[in-house]
Design a protein around this ligand. Sequence first.
Ligand code: G
Ligand code: G
Ligand code: MN
Ligand code: NA
Length: 253
Amino acid sequence: LALMADLRAAVEQNRLEVHYQPKVDPASGRVIGAEALSRWFRADGTVPPDEFILLAERSGLIRTLTRNVLDTALAACAGWRRDGHHDMTVAVNLSPQTIADRGLAEDVRVALLRHGLPAAALTLEITETGLMADPTNSLATLETLRGIGVKLSVDDFGTGHSSLGRLSELPIQEVKIDKGFVRDLTTTAGRRAVTDATLHLGRALDLLVVAEGVETREEFDYLRAHGCGAVQGYYVSRPLPAAAFTAWLADRP
Ligand code: G
Ligand code: G
Ligand code: MN
Ligand code: NA
């Protein structure tokens, strides 16, 4: 497949780009971090991340891809900190395969050292479904990462099958409410249950709750009024190329 060969070359030559989308505390308006999102621009058009991430997972390229994103994202975060945003953090998405990979924690530790960053500058986002895919192997890696001091986040929360009991046993610091539930917030009366329940859960388990896919002022206001720790979405900013994100950040209080 031509696409596959192209992806291999792009990953191995580190030609994928990384865009950044801010996570903002709705109470203060402060930027607490940015999520790194891979982008692949080909001569004849952009390939959606869902598509090339799946290809990378199936072909084993995901490990190299993830290492590259990690390195690029940590370099960017170190730069933001040098620019005066001393508490900036960056989040990188992990595919289930990379969590089961015992080399991951060591890759992460070395990358943090290389960029002179404390472990708390990095959040790793793992989908709820991914977490449950290989619970035994995942838990070992998660415990090691947590031991290093990296923050762990459950992505797309509410779409998987984790029991609350199971969730409370994982060494996580953050949950991200899936954008499907955020969308339901203000559109359909009575469909706020998942968001409200997750906000309560976050307080009970002392987790940062991040709402993703926040597109409207109504959603933003609801989340702020209900004590949501951070929001992410087009209402605040689209994912931006590195230089544009750095400029956007410089204009913030
Ligand atoms: O970036 P959105 O813009 O379209 O991303 C689509 C999906 O691809 C999301 O679920 C996101 O988590 C995933 N994704 C984007 N970049 C990466 C990456 O670097 N690694 C992994 N594993 N997933 C990513
Ligand atoms: O990793 P995750 O699945 O959470 O990736 C976030 C995805 O959500 C990316 O595809 C990103 O481009 C997308 N996204 C970010 N903000 C918004 C938003 O406000 N609305 C919608 N529809 N998608 C968003
Ligand atoms: Mn994510
Ligand atoms: Na998500």
